[in-house]
Design a protein around this ligand. Structure first.
Ligand SMILES: Nc1ncnc2c1ncn2[C@@H]1O[C@H](COP(=O)(O)OP(=O)(O)O)[C@@H](O)[C@H]1O
Ligand SMILES: [Mg+2]
Length: 135
């Protein structure tokens, strides 16, 4: 099954919608709590990143009984230095995002640690984060 979601920039009210949807999908399919916990952490952080750091984008969820693949893509401005962005504590989050509790700089490192396969590509045209979980 494939599910596609649009992600609007700076829409903090919508943030968390996709991770909740995926969690419900996994609960309904009786996936183990430990896997659900890892998926929830990674998808929430990836979703928030598109909301607070990008011009907006989309998320494509590809689920089958063996594997869950989730691709977050946006339309820019991209990440200048991926290595810095992957460092724990590194954040360029806006004052607005910080005032709303985001911007600890732990999102990307936690995403990478939570999933089985991780890929990030970025240019000024946008960022693509791919995360895969073996089920
Ligand atoms: N989709 C994105 N578009 C542009 N920049 C991003 C995106 N995702 C992450 N970043 C950059 O990587 C940094 C680190 O991300 P992250 O570890 O999630 O920390 P935080 O979101 O708390 O700042 C962000 O501060 C931002 O500079
Ligand atoms: Mg983040």
């Amino acid at each position: 099954m494939i599910y596609t979601f649009e992600i609007l920039p700076m829409n903090l009210e919508q943030a968390g919608y996709i991770s909740s949807f995926i969690k419900k999908l996994l609960v309904d399919n009786k996936i183990s709590k430990m896997v659900i916990r890892r998926v929830s952490i990674a998808t929430y952080e990836a979703e928030i990143n598109v909301v607070i750091h990008s011009y907006g984008g989309k998320c494509v969820v590809d689920y089958n009984e063996k594997q869950l693949k989730i691709v977050f893509s946006d339309t820019g401005p991209g990440i200048k230095n991926i290595e810095s962005a992957m460092t724990e504590g590194f954040s360029t989050a806006s004052t607005y995002a910080r005032e709303n509790g985001f911007g600890a700089g732990m999102g990307l490192p936690n995403i990478r640690n939570s999933c089985d396969e991780f890929d990030i590509q970025s240019s000024d045209k946008g960022t693509i984060v791919t995360i895969i979980f073996n089920l």
